[in-house]
Design a binder for this molecule. Structure first.
Ligand SMILES: [Zn+2]
Ligand SMILES: [Zn+2]
Length: 353
């Protein structure tokens, strides 16, 4: 098997050829057909998250160690199975749920493996999809494509479930009757736009500093797009609410002080801001805003295996559109990562071995 390996954080990935693993026990070997290059791969690659105030959360302090094959958005074909595997067959086309919990803790018992303290995420804690093959610890993490294209399905394993899990944190009555502000029209923001539509969302106002990305958001069905850096952006956003006074829902797919502060400034009473993006920084909020606006500020981190199944269902029956996808050969992994870091990928970049 051929893999692109980060041997030292921040240094160019190296191509490594080694023996293709043989699955044992309940393991499944997947031959990769598509591997999404997710924005969080940039943080993993660089070796840290920016916590603001000059502080950093280092990979090595959160159990993420090099050498590592990145890639947690994986679709492929089952090539071999361990002797105790049940429920999947060699040749099955699947998407892999990468947020693999311990199966023993309270979070896992609730089906929220993404919150497991002992999580072994493929492509982060263990080796992932920037490779011709991936070893999956259990067949239950393989969800059948049943007609969904692998490059489309691969994205559902991270950005798809992240969008769905975050959107399910809003009151469904408000989601279907009032506009939602989405901050960021990158891969995650466009995915949220698609999932929001599939859920019957009223309409989304998308804010992004890039004119090109705003154009794409409009083409993907945004009800309005806003440049948050223009004068009057706050009033412009508020005027798009049916009341004309402001919004009650914001989904921050960027996650930096400017985006959260913009969201707070356009909110009315009884509002909720869900933060998903990990761009970084530090936030100072006047505490009286929290009770006086009856404001909820909530974080959301990826999603569940059940939500991945729900999204596949939505994609199969045609409810869920895909964001624009650029496919690139696996051997361009480094270039695609650099292009994403430079903001030059419109929609999503997917590696194809
Ligand atoms: Zn991701
Ligand atoms: Zn667990």
């Amino acid at each position: 098997m051929r893999s692109y390996v980060v041997t030292k954080w921040g240094q160019p990935m190296q191509v490594v050829e080694r023996a293709t693993p043989v699955p044992s026990g309940g393991e499944v070997l997947v031959r990769v057909s598509a591997a999404g290059v997710c924005h969080s791969d940039i943080h993993i690659y660089e070796g840290y998250y920016d916590l603001g105030g000059g502080k950093r959360l280092l990979n090595d302090d959160r159990g993420v160690h090099a050498p590592r094959v990145m890639g947690h958005e994986i679709a492929g074909v089952i090539e071999a199975v361990g002797p105790t595997v049940d429920g999947v067959t060699i040749g099955d086309e699947v998407v892999v749920y990468p947020w693999i919990g311990c199966g023993q803790c309270d979070a896992c018992a609730l089906g929220e493996e993404q919150n497991c303290p002992h999580i072994r995420t493929l492509g982060i804690i263990t080796d992932g999809g920037y490779s011709t093959h991936v070893l999956v610890p259990d067949a239950r993490y393989c969800v059948a494509l049943d007609g969904v294209a692998p490059e489309v399905a691969s994205l559902l394993a991270c950005s798809g479930i992240t969008a769905l899990h975050a959107l399910r944190k809003f009151d469904e009555r408000i989601l279907t009757s009032e506009p939602l502000l989405i901050m960021g029209a990158g891969g995650l923001g466009l995915q949220a736009l698609a999932v929001h539509r599939a859920m019957g969302g009223y309409g989304a106002i998308v804010a992004d500093i890039s004119a090109e990305k705003r154009e794409i958001a409009l083409a993907q069905g945004a009800m309005a797009v806003i440049d948050p850096t223009t004068e009057g952006a706050v009033d412009q956003i508020k005027s798009l609410a049916p009341s004309g006074r402001g919004l009650r829902m914001a989904l921050d797919m960027v996650g930096m002080p400017a985006t959260v502060n913009l969201a707070i400034s356009v909110m009315v009473k009884g509002c909720k801001i869900v933060v998903v993006g990990l761009m970084g920084g530090e936030l100072t909020i006047p505490i009286p805003y929290i009770p006086s606006k009856a404001m909820s500020l909530e974080g959301s981190y990826v999603g569940t295996l059940a939500e991945l199944r729900d999204l596949l269902e939505m994609a199969r029956d045609g409810r869920l559109a895909s964001p624009p996808i650029e496919t690139h050969p696996l051997d361009d992994a480094q270039e695609v990562l650099e292009a994403l870091r430079a903001g030059k990928i419109n929609g999503r970049g997917v590696l194809v071995p």
